[in-house]
Design a protein around this ligand. Structure first.
Ligand code: TRP
Length: 449
């Protein structure tokens, strides 16, 4: 096999993993899902899912990838006993990558459009336009969303083609801290708006009567989506890990940092929602309606708004690179195609599958797939079905097929780290608790039990 690319430093590994986790999931999806599902009580279920389900699976995926040092399909195939089809985990991952990218690139397109519109507004002094009208003008247009989506896809394709450029890793490394501080500043501004306390109450005081099996399935799906697990992204990234990387600490750090970014986004958004009398359950439009309002009421708001959307765009690119890397690594290594042609084919396919999602509020709004428009269909199919099912298969595979002993050996870097206690807990979770939780939540959420 050809010599594989890999991450070079420990901090590089952590940041690349974090770069995959942090994205539109934190800034766009987390706030709107929390808003639509009752606020704090959803947050509690979500956090429980990240600890009991997310962390163990993330460790399993990374360890498997690092052990085999191959793409997702190949990794599961090589560790499987003869005749057992565990490589299907990787195949489902390739399908999930397409489904997620189809709508994700559409939303990233909105973000790119907002960068452009915010810059124009800065120069023409039209900052104070109505944010509802601005959003509707964009998404109800039959052409604009698709143009922005294609710009996103081509940009991501070009970066991937250059071979997961050091450029983007370096850029993400420098810009992520800026996004962090900007979110803190925005949070402070939002919290000091008149009437903001209602927003914090919504985010932090749980009302458990709002929880039902559908809400729990959504929280589980979000946990998978957020940590980029259940479809081989982390297996693929794991294959680029160094052998001396401390996997348990890395995953814990990534998870906590990711949660922090989501919380900051929530703290920036919800006080503003209530202060401006908006609807917390507005859905996917929430970010785009509230954030411009907060900036409007801030000195130099126009400049900060440009910065905010630029950084969100950068975060979304880091996540999309890790999504596309799954089919690209598979097709180049296993099928032996060139990275360039694989990337071109992938981007073209994404343009075809993605267009109906980008146009889901205009041209294709009456298209129905299982009662959902194309955008919601891709989202539901990936977050609520493919990722949890993939995750279930991954824990069963790691704990029972690969086996607890091999898992513990890999987790301790062949005995170099003394983490036997934690390893025992993680194996116990992977063997019984995590799969059972996923199974029950999945079946209940789908109304099957
Ligand atoms: N975690 C990213 C976000 O929150 C999205 C993402 C990247 C992803 N790679 C993934 C989701 C793999 C599921 C699977 O924006």
């Amino acid at each position: 096999m050809q010599k594989r690319d890999g991450f070079t430093s420990s901090i590089g590994v952590t940041l690349a993993t974090l770069g995959s986790a942090v994205g539109l999931g934190n800034i766009w999806k987390f706030p709107y899902m929390t808003g639509a599902n009752g606020g704090a009580s959803f947050l509690v279920v979500y956090i429980a899912c990240t600890f009991l389900v997310g962390l163990p699976i993330m460790m399993a995926e990374i360890l498997i990838g690092r052990h085999v040092k191959a793409n997702a399909v190949e990794s599961y195939k090589r560790l499987s006993p003869k005749g057992q089809p565990w490589f299907l985990i990787g195949v489902s991952g390739v399908v999930a990558a397409f489904a997620i990218m189809a709508f994700y690139s559409g939303v990233a397109g909105w973000v790119f459009a907002y960068v452009f519109k915010s810059i124009v507004a800065l120069f023409t002094g039209t900052q104070a336009t109505d944010s509802v009208a601005m959003f509707n003008n964009l998404v109800n247009d039959p052409i604009q969303p698709i143009i922005w989506q294609y710009i996103v896809l081509v940009s991501v394709g070009l970066i991937i083609m250059m071979g997961v450029a050091k450029g983007i890793e370096g850029t993400v490394k420098k810009l992520m801290p800026v996004l962090f501080f900007l979110l803190i500043a925005l949070g402070i501004r939002s919290m000091t708006l008149p009437g903001a306390s209602k927003g914090l109450e919504f985010l932090f005081s749980p009302d458990f009567s709002k929880i039902d099996s559908t809400v729990i399935l959504m929280a589980l799906g979000l946990a998978f989506f957020k940590l980029s697990i259940g479809m081989g992204t982390m297996t693929t990234y794991g294959s680029y890990y160094r052998n001396d990387q401390n996997v348990p600490t890395t995953t814990l750090r990534v998870m906590l940092a990711d949660l922090l970014v989501s919380m900051l986004a929530g703290i920036a958004i919800f006080p503003a929602v209530f202060a401006f009398g908006m609807e917390p359950a507005a859905g996917p439009s929430l970010l785009f309606l509230t954030i411009p309002e907060v900036f409007k009421s801030m000195p130099m708001g126009g400049v900060f708004q440009v910065l905010f959307f630029v950084l969100t765009a950068v975060a979304s690119i880091g996540a999309m690179l890790s999504l596309i890397e799954v089919p690209v690594a598979f097709a180049t290594e296993t099928l032996g195609w060139s990275r360039k042609s694989v990337t071109v084919i992938t981007v073209i396919l994404l343009m075809i599958f993605g267009a109906p999602a980008a146009l889901a509020t205009s041209v294709t709004k009456d298209w129905q797939l299982f009662g959902l428009n194309p955008f919601d269909f891709y989202d539901y199919l990936s977050s609520n079905l493919l990722l949890p099912i993939g995750g279930l298969a991954i824990c069963l595979f790691a704990a029972w097929v690969w086996g607890g002993k091999a898992f513990k050996k890999a987790m301790s870097n062949d005995g170099a780290l003394h983490n036997g206690g934690i390893a025992n807990i993680v194996v116990l979770l992977l063997k019984f608790v995590t799969p059972l939780l996923i199974l029950v939540i999945l079946l209940q959420g789908l109304g099957l039990i």
